[in-house]
Design a protein around this ligand. Structure first.
Ligand SMILES: [Mn+2]
Length: 328
C-alpha cells in the first residue's frame, strides 16, 4: 500500500492471530452495510482458503439488498448458530462491541476477540486491536491484510471487497478516498470484478415505491443558517403512502447533502420505541461524529449517526440546534 498504515503493529498482530488459530467466528455490526458484510465475507473466504474453519454471523443475517454478494447465504443471523470452541472471534467495522448488538451472545465466555475497525472512536475492546481511522473502509484493511499475509484473493472475495470499498467511500467520492483506494480498485478489477453490474445492484435497484419515498423526502427538505444546514425527516405517514420501510438511509442524507452550499446535512426517521434515528453528513466545517456524540452516537468526522430518545419533532428541533452550535 503506498499510503502508510497508522497501526502496522495491529496489522501484524492480526495476521499472527489468524495464522495461529484454526477455528474462527467472524462477526460484523448489526444491520450490516456494504463495508461490514463485504469485509466479513472476504475475510471468511480468505480464511477458508487457508484451510481454516470459519463461521460468519451478523445480527439478523444478511440484509436483502446485499444478498447479491457471493457467499452471503452462508451468513447466519442467530447467536445459536455459533459452533464453539473458537480460537478467536473477529469483530469487524464495529466502533464498539455493542454495535454487534444481539450477536454478543454468540461470543463464548473468555474468547479472544480480534477487533478490526476504522472508526477513530473505537475503544480497543479486543485482546488484539487493529484500528485505522484514516482508512476509508474496513474493506481496504482486509485487502492490506491479504497482501501482507501473502493470501491470494479469488474473484468472490475481490467482489466483496469492491462492494465494501465502493459503498464506504461513497463511490470513491468521500475525502477518505486515497491513491491506494484507486490502486486497490484497479487490482480488484484485474481479479475479475465487474463494476457495472455491482453498481446497478447497489444504486440502480430501487422499487417504484422507494423512489416515491425519495420524492416525499425531497419535498420535506428544510434549511437554516442561510442554507448551510439542510435536513429532512421521514414520517410514518410517508412510509404508509409509499408502502415500504427502508433499511438504509445513506441515500436520503446524501440527497440532502447534494444541495450546493450545504455544510451539515441531516436525516431524521422513526426508530423503535418512539425514538428517532439521526444520520449526519458534513463538510470540513463541522465534525459529524462530535455532533452525534452530543446525543450518545458516533461515527466518522464527515458521516455519523445517533438514536435520540425523543419524538421525531423533538429530535428535529434538538438536531438543528446542535448543528447550529457545531458549525465553526
Ligand atoms: Mn465501515
Amino acid at each position: 500500500m503506498p499510503d502508510a498504515l497508522s497501526d502496522p503493529n495491529g496489522l501484524r498482530a492480526s495476521i499472527d492471530e489468524l495464522r495461529r488459530g484454526r477455528r474462527f467466528l467472524v462477526i460484523s455490526h448489526a444491520r450490516p452495510d456494504g463495508d461490514a458484510l463485504g469485509s466479513q465475507l472476504a475475510l471468511g473466504g480468505l480464511l477458508a482458503m487457508q484451510g481454516k474453519e470459519v463461521d460468519l454471523l451478523v445480527d439478523g443475517g444478511s440484509p436483502p439488498d446485499l444478498r447479491f454478494l457471493p457467499g452471503s447465504a452462508r451468513v447466519g443471523g442467530k447467536p445459536a448458530e455459533a459452533r464453539p470452541p473458537y480460537d478467536a472471534v473477529v469483530v469487524l467495522d464495529s466502533a464498539g462491541l455493542d454495535r454487534i448488538e444481539g450477536m454478543r451472545a454468540a461470543i463464548p465466555a473468555g474468547a479472544r476477540v480480534l477487533n478490526i475497525d476504522h472508526h477513530a472512536s473505537n475503544p480497543r475492546f479486543g485482546a488484539v486491536n487493529w484500528v485505522e481511522p484514516e482508512s476509508g473502509s474496513v474493506g481496504e484493511m482486509i485487502y492490506a491484510l491479504a497482501k501482507e499475509a501473502g493470501w491470494a484473493l479469488d474473484r468472490d472475495a475481490a467482489t466483496c471487497l469492491y462492494v465494501a470499498v465502493v459503498t464506504d467511500t461513497g463511490r470513491f467520492m468521500f475525502p477518505s478516498t486515497r491513491p491506494s483506494t484507486h490502486l486497490l480498485a484497479a487490482d480488484l478489477l484485474r481479479l475479475g470484478v465487474e463494476p457495472g453490474p455491482i453498481n446497478r445492484e447497489i444504486w440502480g435497484s430501487k422499487s417504484f415505491a422507494e423512489l416515491k419515498l425519495h420524492g416525499e423526502a425531497i419535498r420535506a427538505v428544510k434549511t437554516a443558517e442561510g442554507g448551510k444546514i439542510a435536513w429532512t425527516k421521514l414520517t410514518p405517514e410517508m412510509f404508509e403512502l409509499a408502502g415500504i420501510v427502508p433499511t438504509e438511509s445513506q441515500e436520503f442524507v446524501s440527497m440532502v447533502k447534494s444541495i450546493k452550499g450545504v455544510e451539515v446535512a441531516m436525516l431524521l426517521r422513526p426508530s423503535e420505541n418512539g425514538h428517532t434515528k439521526l444520520s449526519v453528513r458534513t463538510e470540513s466545517t463541522c465534525d459529524a461524529a462530535a455532533l452525534c456524540a452530543h446525543f450518545g452516537g458516533g461515527g466518522h468526522k464527515r458521516a455519523a449517526g445517533a438514536t435520540l430518545k425523543m419524538s421525531l419533532d423533538e429530535a428535529e428541533k434538538a438536531a438543528v440546534e446542535a448543528a447550529r452550535a457545531s458549525l465553526k
